[in-house]
Design a protein around this ligand. Structure first.
Ligand SMILES: CC(=O)SCCNC(=O)CCNC(=O)[C@H](O)C(C)(C)COP(=O)(O)OP(=O)(O)OC[C@H]1O[C@@H](n2cnc3c(N)ncnc32)[C@H](O)[C@@H]1OP(=O)(O)O
Ligand SMILES: CC(=O)C(=O)O
Length: 528
């Protein structure tokens, strides 16, 4: 350590190993779109699937040829030939060639246990499978990478045999020997020791790394492998992969580039990491992990008052990198752990300069902590927070006053769906408005009724939609008497904003969030 060649080959296996994750599934169109984005980001090799496995993977290789992917190279994945077949009559090997991919990755067995127990063949026979398969494919395509499955476990069990399997691949002129921590159980110090032993045998031969995350060491192991001279790194965006996943390239890449100065991707491209991570989740219909290092929504979010006070003076005090380098942004949260610094930071975001000595600040902070204690949470409901601040400092003029509402939810017979109707009475200036509306449920009826009452005074409300509605039970042990928090996301042609309501009664909690949403819309249309 350290190795000084700082040019690396990035190999993403999201479209193959990533789809072996329990919850990950992509359509062919998704896969092509992701391949284009990986290419645009600067990934060198994109493993698209196992053509011998299923029609979707075959279709991907056909479709990707028509896509914009360039200069990244598409790679097809498969195993060494079956023991009882030759490469010419092994369907899986032929499917690799029929995919038209100019690059092929072949995995083969390293661990004697797998050879004798899983393949049920002799150790010698396995060496022939490796050598034959790679030699055969080398004559047909540009690159053949060799994934030495279970390399580290195999080495620990029988180092001499594990090295013989690599030798078989070297003799066949594989373009890179990729050491795989397939079961993900290798500890960082073991990994380094084994790589050093391998180097004694392989000399300058190109080596790669493919780590799984079963001991939460995949990122550390991949980075250490590079620090020990490995130049080809396999992993996946967001770390998706079989079982606990693969090395997460969203961490491996910035670690290597920003901490150690390796050339992974252009600096401008690194700023696309955040959106690439999101796109993969969006297409896979996967939940964003807010705590994901570098690209998570919380990765640069500051909650503790002490932290916020310090980052306002110098962001480095609590940030290991500038969030913009990976396309993320600094955020400040407000909660019962806040001090005045949190409030001032947030207020500044809304164009409000607060004075920390203003007596209203103390009462605002107290009010905020009291509301948080009741179950209000402003993370995701920043419009409600802005209204709270503006109201507390006297920077808000009311647009309407609610006088009353009533909601009826009636099921007239067992076979009919329930019928929901809401009436609201409110005052706008000197006018009293009393309106009724129906909806597909009580919350929808109330929403319709509120808007119907207000639209005649404020026509811009017609451009606003409720796009998300989430209910959270805060005191689960109280059953149906529990406190309910409702989060609403609304949008119009230009903005999206979140609001919150908390009450024992779900309709009241929804009502509070809806009113905040409408007030915020009216406020921003009038003053922003
Ligand atoms: C470490 C990894 O992640 S490797 C990638 C794992 N990914 C996948 O398995 C997903 C795609 N796989 C598939 O679609 C299927 O398993 C297929 C099409 C490849 C094979 O399907 P089947 O022929 O029905 O076999 P099945 O899945 O039951 O078992 C795997 C077979 O591959 C053989 N095999 C496994 N690894 C190797 C290898 N490196 N070289 C040669 N044969 C191998 C096994 O011995 C077994 O053969 P057997 O049926 O004669 O016992
Ligand atoms: C090749 C592969 O996916 C592994 O060994 O984990």
């Amino acid at each position: 350590m350290p190795h000084e060649d700082k040019t690396l080959v990035l190999y993403d296996t999201l479209l193959r190993d990533g789809t072996q994750s329990e919850d990950v599934n992509f359509t062919v169109q998704d896969k092509v779109r992701i391949a284009e984005e990986l290419d645009d980001f600067g990934i060198d090799f994109i493993e698209g699937g196992w053509p011998g496995s299923n029609p979707r993977d075959i279709e991907f290789f056909n479709e990707v040829k028509k896509s914009k992917v360039n200069p990244a190279k598409i790679c097809a994945f498969g195993s060494t030939r079956r023991a009882k077949k030759s490469c010419e009559n092994d369907e899986s090997i032929q499917a690799l060639l029929q995919s038209g991919a100019a690059n092929i990755t072949i995995f083969g067995k390293t661990w004697d246990l797998h050879v004798t127990e899983a393949l049920k063949i002799s150790l010698e026979n396995n060496l022939e499978l490796i050598n034959d398969t790679i030699s055969y494919l080398k004559k047909k395509v540009s690159n053949v990478f060799y994934d030495a499955e279970h390399f580290f476990d195999g080495y620990k069990a029988n180092p001499e045999y594990a090295l013989k399997t690599l030798k078989a691949a070297m003799d066949a002129k594989a373009d890179c020997l990729v050491l795989c921590d397939t079961n993900g159980g290798t500890m960082p110090d073991e990994l380094v020791d084994i790589i050093k032993k391998v180097r004694e045998v392989t000399g300058e031969y190109p080596l790669g790394i493919h780590c799984h995350n079963d001991s939460e060491c995949a990122v550390a192991n991949s980075v250490l492998a590079v620090r020990n001279g490995i130049t080809h790194i396999q992993g996946t965006i967001n770390g998706y992969g079989e079982r606990c996943g693969n090395a997460n390239l969203c961490s491996v890449i910035p670690n290597l580039q920003l901490k150690y100065g390796y050339d992974c991707v252009e600096d401008e491209n690194l700023k696309k990491l955040w959106s690439l991570s999101r796109l993969v989740n969006e297409l896979g219909n996967l939940k964003h992990n807010i705590h994901q290092p570098y690209v998570g929504r919380a990765a640069f979010a500051h909650k503790g008052g002490v932290h916020v006070s310090a980052i306002l003076k110098n962001a480095r005090t609590y940030e290991h990198i500038k969030p913009e380098l990976v396309g993320n942004t600094q955020r400040v949260l407000v909660s019962d752990l806040s001090g005045k610094s949190n409030l001032m930071y947030k207020a500044k975001d809304f164009g409000l300069e607060l004075d920390s000595n203003d007596p209203k600040m103390n009462s605002l902070l107290e009010k905020l902590k009291e509301l948080e204690n009741k179950g209000f949470q402003y993370e995701g409901a920043e419009a409600s927070f802005e209204l709270l601040v503006r109201k507390a400092i006297g920077n808000f003029t009311k647009f309407f006053d609610l006088l009353s509402f009533r909601v009826i939810d009636e099921k007239r017979s067992a076979i009919e769906p329930p019928f929901a109707e809401a009436t609201v009475m409110l005052r706008v200036g000197g006018d009293i408005e009393h309106t009724a509306a129906i909806g597909n449920g009580p919350v929808n009826a109330l929403d319709n009724s509120l808007r119907k009452a207000l639209e005649k005074f404020y026509p811009s409300l017609k451009t606003m939609d409720l796009v998300d509605y989430k209910v959270r039970i805060l005191t689960g042990k109280d059953g149906t008497k529990a406190i309910t928090r409702v989060l609403i996301e609304s949008k119009d042609e230009t903005d999206t904003w979140g609001t919150v309501g908390v009450a024992h009664n779900i309709i009241d909690a929804s009502y509070q969030a809806m009113v905040d949403s409408i007030e915020y819309k009216l406020f921003k249309d009038t003053y922003k």
